[in-house]
Write a protein that binds this ligand. Structure first.
Ligand code: FM0
Length: 325
C-alpha cells in the first residue's frame, strides 16, 4: 500500500444498448451485454489516500462530507483484494451539471476503482479494473475505456467485464445532453431494473431483442452507418422503457418535457432532415445522438422550443486515467 494520495479521472458513459437487469445482484452480473459511448464532457475526479490513523473511511463529495454505503462496501472489496485493513480518505468531485440527474455512478465508481486500487498498492489491468468497477455500479465497468465500449455480460465475476469496441474514435459523432430539471423522485436504476426483471411480461423478449440490437449496432458502427446506429439506439431505449411501463407496479421516467423533446427530435429528423436520435436512462433527461457538425443547428432549434433547458454537447471521451490532483 502506498501512503501517497492517488487521483483518477473517469468519464460518464451513455448506453446505446442498455443494461437493464441483473442475473446476480451481489456480483452485478447483467442479464445481457450492453454498449455505450464514453463522453468527454462529464467526468468525476476521485482522490484516495490510505491512512493508518483513520478509524473508518472518510468520504467527501464535491467538497462536502458524504455518506454512501455503496462506497464503504466498495472500499471493503478493495481492502480484501489488496490484503489490507487500513481505512482511507476519499475525495470525489463530480464535473456533471448539478441539476443533471445524469447517472454519475458510472464515472464515480470507475474513478474510485482506479484511484483506490492504485492507492492500495494494486496495479490492475484494465480488464480487472473493469471487473472491480462493475462491483460498484454495472455501468461503471464501461467507463474504464473511452469511445464505444461493450460490457460483455459473462456469467460470473471473472468473465463479466467491458472491452473497447473503438476507443480512439475518428468519427465525429457526439451527444447533446438536455438537462430536464426533474421535480419527481426518480426510482433508482437498481430498484427499477429489479422490478422489471421480476415482473415485466416482456422481459424475455427484451433479452432476445437487445442481444440482436447489440450485434446490429456493432456492425453499423464498423460501417460508419450513423442512421442505423441512431435507429437502433432509439428503438433500444424505448424497449427498455416499455419494460418499466409493463412492470408491476408500473413506473416510468418520462416527464412531459421528455416526451416533448423526443417528439421534437423526430420532427427535426423528418422535417429538417438533420439526422439525430434520442435515448433516455433512469431519469427524464434526453440524450441526442448526432454528428458534431449538426450539433449547433439542432441546439438552435431546441433552444427556440425549450428555452428553459440547456443542451450541452459532448464528444466521445477517454477511458479512466490517473491525473495530478
Ligand atoms: O447505463 C445503462 O446501460 C442503462 C442505465 O443507465 C439505465 F438506463 C442503467 C444503469 O444502471 P447502473 O446505475 O449501472 O445500475 P447498478 O449496476 O445497479 O449500479
Amino acid at each position: 500500500m502506498n501512503n501517497s494520495p492517488i487521483t483518477a479521472r473517469a468519464h460518464t458513459n451513455i448506453a446505446l444498448i442498455k443494461y437493464w437487469g441483473k442475473k446476480d445482484v451481489d456480483l452485478i452480473i447483467p442479464q445481457n451485454s450492453s454498449l455505450s459511448l464514453t463522453l468527454d464532457h462529464f467526468y468525476t475526479d476521485t482522490t484516495v489516500k490510505f491512512d493508518e490513523g483513520l478509524a473508518q473511511d472518510v468520504f467527501t463529495l464535491n467538497g462536502e462530507p458524504a455518506e454512501n454505503p455503496k462506497v464503504n462496501h466498495f472500499m471493503d472489496l478493495v481492502r480484501k483484494l489488496a490484503g489490507i485493513q487500513t481505512f482511507a480518505r476519499i475525495d470525489s468531485i463530480n464535473h456533471v451539471p448539478s441539476a443533471a440527474g445524469l447517472a454519475s455512478s458510472a464515472s464515480a465508481f470507475a474513478a474510485l476503482a482506479a484511484a483506490a486500487s492504485k492507492a492500495a498498492g494494486l496495479d490492475l489491468s484494465r480488464k480487472d479494473l473493469s471487473r472491480l468497477a462493475r462491483r460498484g455500479s454495472g455501468s461503471a465497468s464501461r467507463s474504464i475505456y473511452g469511445g464505444f465500449v461493450e460490457w460483455q455480460q459473462g456469467q460470473d465475476d471473472q468473465t463479466s467485464y467491458a472491452v473497447p469496441v473503438e476507443e480512439h474514435l475518428d468519427w465525429s459523432i457526439g451527444m447533446l445532453v438536455g438537462i430536464v430539471n426533474s421535480g419527481q423522485k426518480k426510482i433508482s436504476s437498481r430498484a427499477g431494473m429489479q422490478t422489471v426483471v421480476e415482473t415485466s411480461p416482456y422481459y424475455q423478449g427484451w433479452i432476445q431483442s437487445t442481444t440482436e440490437d447489440l450485434k446490429s449496432i456493432k456492425k453499423a458502427i464498423q460501417n460508419r452507418d450513423f442512421q442505423k446506429v441512431g435507429e437502433i439506439t432509439e428503438s433500444n431505449a424505448l424497449k427498455m422503457h416499455a419494460l418499466n411501463l409493463s412492470a408491476q407496479p408500473h413506473f416510468n421516467y418520462f416527464e412531459p418535457m421528455s416526451l416533448a423533446i423526443m417528439q421534437e427530435v423526430e420532427r427535426i429528423r423528418e422535417e429538417e432532415h438533420i439526422p439525430c436520435y434520442y435515448t433516455l436512462d433512469a431519469g427524464p433527461n434526453v440524450k441526442i445522438l448526432c454528428m458534431q457538425t449538426d450539433a449547433p443547428a439542432i441546439q438552435r432549434i431546441l433552444a427556440s422550443k425549450f428555452d428553459q433547458i440547456t443542451f450541452e454537447f459532448a464528444k466521445p471521451g477517454e477511458g479512466a486515467r490517473f491525473i495530478e490532483a
